[in-house]
Design a protein around this ligand. Structure first.
Ligand SMILES: Nc1ncnc2c1ncn2[C@@H]1O[C@H](COP(=O)(O)OP(=O)(O)OP(=O)(O)O)[C@@H](O)[C@H]1O
Ligand SMILES: [Mg+2]
Length: 248
């Protein structure tokens, strides 16, 4: 069974059909990249996977998103526990106005997890590749960190609530090249234990990271497949045009 199965997903805002009958399976233990031109619906698709679209009152959502076989839009679905299972990393970090340490333990406390100890904070800062840089100043405000460090703190915060799935919307687009490398490296290390869905408009990043690629164009899922065959032998003319830079 795929970890996430998207079935006939349609999203409409006002008169605008943003996602058009999207169908795909997302397996676990790998990185799935969603690529496509600006405005094609990548962020919308990603947000549909943990019901962040619900925050948008005029969004009309039809279809199913099955997580471990049960529909996250079904009547018995609980949004809070869904968001714990399916974490979201935004394009820019938004540290909470508190210390580095408290940023990491905040989520586990909110969700009532048993371990909010210093050891837990260290574990997730290590997993996010940030520990060595902050271990001597855990009590200082998170806002003092560089943007690249704040984004890794955001990753630590996401991991600390023990999700199964990590959704990341262009998580490196605001970062310097060295921070990009570190975040990409952490994603590679993490993928065996999580399902990672990454939106990126940087094709080179998708080539570096993705095991599986989804190409969106104008709200449609045009093509999907293992990264190797997707890049080497795209089937659809639109995919070919996108990969060759004719459409961007
Ligand atoms: N709340 C909304 N109301 C109406 N239209 C919206 C809304 N949110 C997004 N859209 C439109 O839906 C389309 C898809 O938006 P989305 O943000 O998913 O694209 P994207 O692929 O993530 O683009 P980018 O690469 O620029 O981030 C765009 O045309 C956008 O203008
Ligand atoms: Mg977007």
């Amino acid at each position: 069974m795929p970890h996430i199965a998207i079935r006939n997903l349609n999203v409409q805002c006002g008169d605008h059909q943003i996602l058009k009958d999207v169908n795909c399976d997302i397996p676990d233990g790998c990185i799935v990249a969603i690529v496509g031109p600006s405005g094609c619906g990548k962020t919308t698709l990603l947000k549909s996977l943990n019901r962040l679209l619900d925050l948008n009152e005029d969004a009309k959502i039809q279809g199913q998103v099955l997580l471990d076989g049960s529909d996250i839009y079904g009547e018995s679905s609980d949004v809070l526990s869904l968001r714990k299972k399916v974490g979201f990393m935004a394009q820019r970090p938004y540290p909470l106005p508190m210390s580095i340490q408290d940023n990491v333990s905040f989520g586990p406390k909110i969700h009532g997890l048993p371990d909010t100890s210093h050891g837990m904070v260290e574990r997730y800062l290590r997993l996010a590749g940030l520990w060595e840089e902050v271990k001597d100043r855990l009590d200082s405000p998170a806002a003092k960190l560089s943007i690249g460090q704040q984004q890794r703190l955001a990753l630590a915060r996401t991991l600390a609530v023990e999700p199964e799935v990590i959704l990341a919307d262009e998580p490196t687009s605001a970062l310097d090249p060295i921070s990009v490398k570190i975040v990409e490296h952490q994603f590679r290390l993490l993928k065996s234990q999580y399902t990672i869905v990454l939106v990126t408009h940087i094709l080179r990043q998708a080539r570096r990271l993705a095991d599986h690629v989804i190409f969106m164009y104008s709200g449609e899922l045009v093509e999907q497949g293992p990264a190797e065959s997707f890049f080497a032998a795209p089937k659809d003319e639109r995919t070919r045009a996108y990969l060759s830079g004719e459409i961007s």
